[in-house]
Design a protein around this ligand. Structure first.
Ligand code: NAI
Ligand code: PYR
Length: 376
């Protein structure tokens, strides 16, 4: 198979879909790898590193997309990349289609085989290709929040950990999965008072045990969220219903109840966001806006700001699945791996991931039905 690795186009997205180590793994398995020039430079991987690993360097994204059977990316394609879509091209990347109507329509119209990192799910419910980036974003959310709480950055001017004689900041985290747990670890470590809400009592029990009393857990419901948000200095949105648009758990009224200069970091923005007052995605170059006196941060590619760490962490988990697709072809690979099959979002012009179809209110066709209709 021919694997293509174009340069990412999203604002300040310095990650890349494959490292030289990844190229070497594909080459050893007998595949060709085409890399767009400078695709890895932002992550500290240069053309000569890719060449030494056996890649072929192409000078334009167009050539890479055109010649590849499978494109390995990081983020969802941007509109300027839609022209490269074609029937049976395998697109292996984060897609976050629930809030992306236009992209979904393009993938369907061009009959791309769209496999989303974020919905590849093992039988125990975990999301192995989302996990490392959620670890990164969860940890970043607290350092970003701490920065925007500083007065020169528009915040109320408080130190997360306080100092002796002065109370610490109150950090409220909605969602106790990978992002939430990593955010809690950082916030507790910095000395903040931390409250975390989740809808699963079992998860709250695990976290209570893990943090040994240094984290306050609360059942997530409208009443408790409103109560916690009111006194939050830093609010972190970290919910996920796999594949679906994030539920708007924090209402505009709740945001209005926050003190001026408080900060919201909505990590769940890539799935549409969990805060009612977040009406747009922000970028690393213009990361915040102020509404009702509260600083809002809604960057959908947070790990892109720490690309060296993130690229290595991401490709550590994507390469085994990518190799499965390349070695066996996508049809055999998804027949043999239920986890990988759950990653297929669009196939032969149909949305085959139910939560995406429901979020976009478009027809859902089960994956097996689409596979049955495909010519062998
Ligand atoms: N902005 C960015 O750059 C990045 C965003 N993310 C996003 O962060 C979000 C969270 O990801 P993970 O932590 O990996 O997901 P996860 O599946 O590990 O955790 C989600 C948690 O939300 C909880 N939850 C669901 N409904 C809830 C509700 N009504 N109230 C409270 N909790 C609720 C679940 O029980 C679960 O514990 C996802 O949307 C993910 O795509 C992840 C990495 C980077
Ligand atoms: C998960 C995701 O959206 C990211 O890493 O950018």
């Amino acid at each position: 198979m021919i694997i293509g690795v174009p340069k990412e186009l999203k604002n300040n997205e310095n990650r890349v879909g494959l490292t030289p180590a990844g190229v070497s793994a594909y080459r050893q398995a007998g595949h060709r790898v085409l890399v767009e020039t400078l695709a890895g430079a932002g992550s500290g991987f240069f053309d000569e590193d890719y060449l030494a690993a056996g890649a072929e360097i192409f000078s334009s994204a167009r050539e890479v997309w055109q010649h590849a059977d499978m494109i390995c990316k990081v983020k969802e394609p941007l509109p300027e990349e839609y022209a490269y879509f074609r029937e049976n091209l395998i697109l292996f990347t984060y897609l976050h289609l629930a809030p992306e109507r236009e992209l979904t329509a393009e993938l369907c119209a061009k009959k791309v085989v769209a496999i989303a990192y974020e919905t590849i799910q093992t039988d125990d419910g975990s999301l192995p290709l989302l996990m490392p980036m959620s670890e990164v974003a969860g940890r970043m959310s607290v350092q970003i929040g701490a920065q925007f709480l500083e007065k020169p950055h528009g915040g109320k001017g408080i130190l997360l950990g306080g100092v002796p004689g002065v109370p610490p900041a109150h950090v409220v985290i909605v969602g106790g999965g990978i992002v939430g747990t990593n955010a809690a670890r950082m916030a507790v470590g910095m000395g903040a008072r931390v409250t975390l809400l989740d809808i699963h009592a079992g998860r709250l029990r695990e976290l209570d045990d893990l943090f040994r009393g240094r984290l306050h857990t609360l059942m997530s419901n409208h009443y408790n969220i409103a109560e916690a948000v009111q006194s939050a200095d830093l609010l972190i949105g970290a919910v996920l219903i796999p594949g679906a648009r994030a539920p708007k758990l924090v209402t505009e009224e709740m945001v209005k109840s926050m003190a001026p200069g408080s900060v919201i970091v909505d990590v769940a923005i890539d799935q549409g966001g969990s805060i009612e007052t977040i009406d747009r995605i922000t970028t690393h170059s213009d990361p915040t806006y102020v509404k009702h006196g509260v600083v809002h941060y809604a960057v959908a590619n947070m790990p892109g700001a720490v690309p060296r760490t993130s690229t290595i962490a991401l490709t550590n988990v994507t390469i085994p699945y990518g190799l499965m697709i390349a070695n066996k072809g996508y049809r055999t690979a998804i027949a043999q791996s239920r986890a990988l099959a759950r990653g297929v979002n669009v196939l032969n012009g149909h949305v085959v991931y139910e939560a995406v179809a429901r979020s976009l209110n478009v027809p859902f066709v089960p994956l097996d039905d689409v596979l049955q209709d495909l010519p062998t």
